[in-house]
Design a protein around this ligand. Structure first.
Ligand SMILES: [Zn+2]
Length: 440
């Protein structure tokens, strides 16, 4: 399976299988097709004229009763969560899911059939890096029905789930890191379970023509009815995790965080997917490169390098946006995944080291001093850093604004500066720096 978790993946080739649709009871063929980078997962209705596609995105969510339905315009696809869970957990970022009906074949009510299909097609790495959503602050959603989902920062995608039926019957707990091999072994075979009281009216109305004990476990009172015995003693909670993975795939980014779920359902899963997407939209909006004035107001990269002796990879300021006064200015640094320090700080969990932020503050403060002294024939040395605080992590993709103000400059040799760094309108670090200047 994929050995390069930082890169996007698609299927090695197309693969298909046929089965029964749960709601109509009709035969349906599902075909998985490879797709280019940044395509995401899209469903294609081959049975309709012009073969419309629907993006597997939370914006297209339509209903969450018993299963997850997405749609665009008047076109719908139902029960997308199991095939999405299989694709996402097996590492497929880009694919077309072609169907000649409005829902996938139900298989045995688990994700096994889709995993088998993905295995048949193969999973292959692509050229572009994956897009991640890093949980920075705890998020949560709660529903009136008692569902609670909490999302905590973590360097892996983990799910810990507690499931309980009516009167806390069949209470089960399961916790795991979501990896292709663990998903395939522990989660994919877990089947859908339904309560007899819930499905009886639907069966009477003939709304689940394809439903049978071959593709669902039916719970009636204390009895567990299914054609095949339980595959795991805690099969129900495992299936809940399967549904969470499938519903959160609608975020369209790989989540680095820990989902702690209590009695989750499609509605609460979708609500969490929506919160994540809203937070991502907010982050992208504030991270959009602002028009940075150049010319008289600031210094471009060349001008910065004429003043500072620092060079890649140790130049920590891209340019100076503006000088507010002779003793106060703002610099900017775009932090990219290509910074050499991310390789080791930390593998798989890139965070900008705090000392590099202090270095960025020192470089911006030095520019102020060099401008004041009107010479670059000297070099500044750090003497002390006081009141250093690191408030929030700085991550790849962040634009860091470095504010510096000279508060004291004794003679021409000694200076003190008050500095702070800002990302997304929040202070991420601050320090009071003292340095001295020596001739080069
Ligand atoms: Zn399910």
């Amino acid at each position: 399976m994929p050995s390069t978790p930082e890169f996007q993946h698609t299927l090695g080739k197309a693969a298909s299988f046929s089965g029964t649709a749960l709601h109509t009871g009709e035969k349906v063929t599902l075909k998985l097709q490879p797709a280019p980078v940044d395509h995401g997962i899209k469903f294609k209705r081959k049975d309709l004229q012009e073969e419309p596609t629907i993006d597997a995105k939370i914006e297209n969510l339509k209903t969450v009763e018993r299963a997850t339905t997405i749609g665009e315009g008047s076109v719908r696809v139902h029960t997308v969560e199991h095939v999405l869970a299989a694709l996402w957990a097996m590492g497929v970022d880009n694919a077309v899911v072609e169907m000649d009906a409005n829902e996938p074949p139900i298989g045995d009510g688990s994700a096994q059939a889709y995993v088998d299909l993905i295995r048949k097609a193969g999973v292959t790495a692509q050229e572009e890096p994956r897009k991640f959503f890093d949980v920075r602050e705890t998020m949560h959603v709660e529903s009136k029905t008692g569902a609670l989902l909490v999302l905590l920062p973590d360097d892996k995608f983990r799910i810990s789930c507690t499931q309980a039926g009516p009167n806390n019957q069949f209470s089960q707990f399961y916790s795991m890191e979501v990896t292709p091999s663990l998903f395939e072994r522990e989660i994919a075979p877990a089947r859908t379970f339904v309560y007899y009281e819930d499905v009886k009216p639907l069966m009477d109305k003939n709304l689940i023509k394809g439903g049978s004990l071959e593709n669902a476990i039916v719970v009636r009172g204390d009895a567990v009815l299914s054609k095949e015995p339980l595959r795991f003693a805690d099969e129900f909670v495992r299936h809940k995790i399967l549904d969470i993975i499938g519903d959160l795939a609608l975020v369209g980014r790989r989540i680095r965080g820990h989902v702690v779920a209590v009695k989750p359902g499609h509605a609460s899963n979708a609500e969490l997917a929506r919160s994540i997407t809203r937070e991502q939209t907010r982050r992208s909006a504030v991270a959009t490169p602002r028009t940075i004035p150049s010319g008289d107001g600031g210094l471009d990269t060349d001008e910065v390098m004429q003043i500072l002796p620092h060079r890649f990879p140790f130049l920590m300021v891209d340019r100076i946006i503006s000088f507010e006064t002779e003793t106060k200015c703002v610099g900017v640094k775009t932090v990219t995944i290509n910074e050499p320090f991310f390789q080791g700080h930390f593998p798989g969990h890139p965070v900008m080291p705090g000392v590099m932020q202090v270095e960025a503050m020192a470089q911006v403060a030095s520019i102020l001093l060099f401008k004041l002294a009107k010479t670059t024939s000297r070099i500044g040395y750090f003497m002390s850093a006081d009141e250093v605080k690191f408030r929030k992590p700085v991550l790849p993709g962040d634009t860091m604004f470095i504010h510096a103000e000279l508060t004291k400059s004794r003679g021409e040799r000694l200076a003190k500066a008050k500095c702070h760094c800002v990302v997304n309108d929040a202070i991420v670090s601050e320090a009071e720096l003292m340095f001295t200047f020596l001739d080069k």
